[in-house]
Design a protein around this ligand. Sequence first.
Ligand SMILES: *Cc1c(COP(=O)(O)O)cnc(C)c1O
Length: 410
Amino acid sequence: MTSRLDCEVLDRDDPLSSLRKEFVLADELIYLDGNSLGPVSAAVKRRVNEVIDSEWATGLVRSWNSAGWMAAPTALGDRVAPLIGARPGEVLVADTLTFLIAKLLGAALHLRPDRHVIITDEANFHSDLYIIEAVAKRAGRPIEVQVLNRKDIPAALNDDVALVELTHVDFRTGEMLDLFGITKAVHDVGALMFWDFAHSAGAVPLDVTGANVDFAAGCGYKYLNAGPGAPAFAYIRREWQSQMENPLPGWLGHVRPFDFELDYEPATGMQAFVTSSPSIIAMAALDGSLETWEKTTMNEVRTKSLALTDLFIELVEQRVPGAFEIVTPREHAKRGSQVALRHDHAYAIVQALIERNVIGDFRDPDICRFGFTPLYLRYVDVYDAVDVLVDVMNNKAYLDERFSVRNPVT
Ligand SMILES: *Cc1c(COP(=O)(O)O)cnc(C)c1O
């Protein structure tokens, strides 16, 4: 069995160990929820303050030009691009994820005017399901949304299908889907592939170029650590951009926004998918958080992520055998950067852990979810978190009544 001493050795030899000190994290806290909201870093604080104190306070309106505010959505997009394997000019930072899904989906449907089916996964995130239904309803032609069990999707692919939208890493179970294989199968029937990378960007290496992905979008506030409600990112494969029309056009996607023309004429490239003024202070936070990402590679992050999740699974199995169903796949190729444990008292267990400074979260109906974020998590954190979990389970601390009161955010 891996000992705490073994974990200390692993931390000593960890090539990412120097990055932890960039984050503001209380010593007594073990944060296993960076998949829901990443922590703040010194660079984020610095960039947000710089933007407020010099670009906004001093530069005022001049900063739209002098500080590059106007170009922020595409400039930041180019810095997010390496995290998903995109080329320059293919990624935009704007809005939040659900809005970007709506824009991309609305535009994509027009690329397949002779097809009437959208396929998605019944285990998809609810916001994806709501917005897919809403866009389909307003597509200007009858669109049928098929919400399927993911194992039934390959058989449902045919030449009626316009588009398939899937979340690449399941937000509940942590299962990672086959980016290359599914994208190819979708293309084989002439349909388009849209991946939601909310739990993938910054969690696993991605190669949208190699996999030939058409569209993708993801969050800024989860693994990317850009703060609550951070702007999201959208990817449109270069070859599609000139054929796509932003269904929510606004002045900042116009080719000449300051000519105030009556008719909309889209800018070229991803800029056309900007609708309104970029949220500059929120973008400053992403700018700062990307500084940390630029000090490593996704391959390095992945190696440590798998080691951390392997260690967690191994320790849980050895120290509280049989207590949980381990829902996350053991197979590395099918695992994101989180581990989900199923238990009838999942909510109360998570609450008992939080009271003991181990922060995970609960996903309805019975999942304890733990995110593993290699930029700042240590192997000893995994060890100590399991120590606390063992204590909670062996003493049945979760049976205390106060842990069964549901908070609005779980
Ligand atoms: C977090 C999440 C969203 C919601 O993102 P918003 O930025 O709040 O719209 C959508 N889809 C998935 C898969 C998510 O995990």
